[in-house]
Design a protein around this ligand. Structure first.
Ligand code: FES
Length: 364
């Protein structure tokens, strides 16, 4: 995995998916085609200036590998300045800073395979699952996909027509169960929340006695936990369950331009507790890190542009290898145990616990 980079891309298409969500396709110039090659399940981080600073948000790619486009979907969240801007003000031909694709909510595609996939998603959690569905149906001709998709009402269903079209195009290979919490349906099982009992019942009914090869889960934490319980009951091993935590209510944004001199300390610079040495794109930078400060924030304070997106321990965009020194990570929702064993850390969450730390963002 090499360090991600921003490039300015033009909005080539905007499509309203629901009243409060829109999908955006970006034009990728030929010379950047390989930089924006993605795997289903990955996301793009978008960056835009707001009120003297900047904001970043990550949005999952919804296009499949054979769609010939790079498209993300953005649902408007209450009080969300970025998603509101994208839904209400972004126009065709506008340009935006778009980071190269990141994320490990992925599985290898095998054209010879005959596998059974299950997707369990709520709301805009469908976005990365949509990329998987399209790609698997198109590239693994013998595989099947069962989708359980939770929403409040039919008006909130994203990609509703696209899912119907996919069902028609790939007859018998895609089953979709819409579960609506605030709208009655003919089948009582489809009315309510995607809880563990409902998930297990629907999966059993769709795939009686069949082994699930991979399950993709994307939605709020409660649904993710319920789905993991249900899948464990169904005998699906943990390594076959792929998770993408999605927290629409928690802004994971970054507002830039923290002052170099902290207010409250009346012109005194923050006392450094460590010196960080970081390697990025072959260039070495050195800067001080203050108490209770992560390496990413310290780098930004020193004017070093390091890769990050959520700054909440979820996305893994800031992954780097710790070459020397020690750190503690405040949160980690995205590094796998094997990555920690190999010395990888989330730089946004890393607080130095030794006087000097050295991190390499170029290490794959
Ligand atoms: S920026 Fe997302 S985990 Fe660090």
């Amino acid at each position: 995995m090499s360090a991600p980079h921003f490039h300015r891309l033009t909005v080539a298409d905007l499509h309203r998916e629901t009243n409060d969500s829109v999908s955006i396709a970006f034009a990728v110039p030929r010379e950047l085609a390989s930089a924006y090659r993605f795997e289903p399940g990955q996301y793009l981080t978008l960056r835009a200036p707001f009120e003297g600073g900047e904001e970043r948000r990550s949005y999952s790619i919804c296009s499949g590998l054979d769609d010939g486009e790079l498209r993300v979907a953005v649902k408007k969240v209450g009080g969300g300045i970025f998603s509101t801007h994208v839904n209400e003000a972004l126009k065709l031909g506008d340009s935006m800073d778009v980071m190269t694709p990141m994320g490990r909510f992925t599985v290898p595609i095998d054209p010879q395979a005959a596998q059974i996939y299950v997707g369990i998603a709520c709301g805009s959690g469908i976005t990365p699952v949509m990329s998987h569905i399209k790609t698997i149906l198109s590239r693994e001709k013998k595989s099947r996909f069962v989708l359980l998709y939770g929403n409040r009402s039919s008006r909130d269903i994203m990609f509703k027509d696209a899912l119907e079209d996919l069902k028609d195009k790939h007859l018998g290979r895609l089953a979709v169960h819409h579960v609506l919490s605030r709208e009655a349906q003919d089948l009582p099982l489809l009315h309510g929340r995607l809880d563990a009992r409902r998930i297990a019942t629907l999966v059993r009914a769709s795939l009686p006695g069949q082994k699930i090869d991979h399950a993709f889960l994307c939605g709020p934490q409660g649904m993710m936990e319920a789905a993991q319980i249900a899948l464990a009951d169904l005998g699906v091993s943990k390594d076959r369950v792929h998770l993408e935590l999605f927290t629409p209510a928690t802004p994971t944004a970054f507002t830039r331009a923290r002052p170099v001199k902290e207010s409250g300390s009346r012109g005194q610079e923050r006392e450094p507790i460590a010196i960080a040495t970081v390697k990025l794109d072959g260039v070495t930078h050195r800067f001080p890190v203050a108490a209770d400060e992560g390496v990413i924030d310290a780098g930004l304070r020193a004017g070093v542009e390091l890769p990050f997106s959520c700054k909440g321990g979820m996305c893994c965009t800031c992954r780097a290898k710790l070459l020397s020194g020690t750190v503690t990570m405040v949160r980690n929702y995205s590094l796998e145990p094997w990555e920690k064993e190999k010395g990888f850390v989330l730089a946004c969450q890393s607080r130095p616990t030794s006087p000097a730390v050295s991190l390499d963002f170029d290490e794959a």
